[in-house]
Design a protein. Sequence first.
Length: 407
Amino acid sequence: MDTSYQIANQYELKELELNALLEITQAINDNLSEDSLYKIYNFTLRANLRLAKLVLLVQENGWQSKIEFGTSKSFEFEVPAPELIENKKILFQNDLSDTPFDEFEVGIPVFHKNDLLAVVFLGGVAGGNEKKIIENHLNFIQALTNIIMVAIENKKMARATIEQEVYAKEMEIAKKVQQLLFPNYLPDQDNFKIAAHYSPHNTVGGDYYDWLEIDEERKFVCIADVSGKGVPAAILMSNFQASLRTLLRKTSDLEEIVHDLNHQVFESANGENFITFFMALIDMKKDHITYVNAGHNPPFLLNAEGITELNTGTLVLGAFKELPFLEIGHLDIKDGQKLFLYTDGLTEAFNEEDEEFGAEKLEEFLKANGNSSPSQIIADLLEHLNNFVGERAFSDDITLLVCDFNV
């Protein structure tokens, strides 16, 4: 090959390189999608550098094949051996022999600082002097691949930042929504006192408690736990609270209330989420509690004789369009009794030895401390629980409510 032809070829390749860089830069500035950037890169290498085989493997939650052309097999699940790329050098045919990539003539690892982003494998280049000319421009291919991969990494990081900001905003909204669910104040009367505690596992939890005064003699208390977390759970629970309070303004019939609530949850959540729920109507004049337990952890009625579990009721709300059964619970109450309500984050707390706190330990605590005031019961129980779990983090929300009534 004469010198003038070689020079012409070199100038032609340099011009192709420059045009390719300008095209890639313009595509990046135009904020084209990742797929579009990969297509431009694919076309540039195959057309301008006359490649017959091309594979681009990218580190993205493991290795993924983003471009494949002209190969004898798929490289979708191939992983470059660490020893092939640990020295950051361009690989040639002798390096690739006896590997899954032996049909290629060149392999180029692409790093950003010390992070491996991708490996591009090239094959089917022209022979003889033309092959040598292309090999002389492998640094350009490496630089071009690096530009593309860094641009795509930056897009991923920008997208992740935006997603994090959106998520943080959603969590803030959900947190405000949830704060509105809890009562503004808790009663502290001679014959009726409530103390409560709520600690979310994350920024936003799925627990809810409430109380209402139906009239001078009748008080209503409840606790609930929605499946799922975040904004959807907060919205579902917000709708649930609004429905419950609307129902309580027109009726105190617990059977009617629980059927209507089940219908509302089923329609709102399309059967994908459900709510465990316990509600009790305390009649101070008749010395009587009427209650429904809809799949919730059984609350306890505490008195001098011991502890009574409140199990009677139905299934969780929202799992079925119509509740298959429902039984209303009834209890006579006496002076000095207390009602203890909680969510499963309490009993499902684990210590560092993987031992569950469980209902048995809770009952033991309540038997020993049931004569304390509602606020003291909660304070002592939380201290007891923290001593039990030690350094292990809680895995769920914890909600406690203690109601003390003197009839």
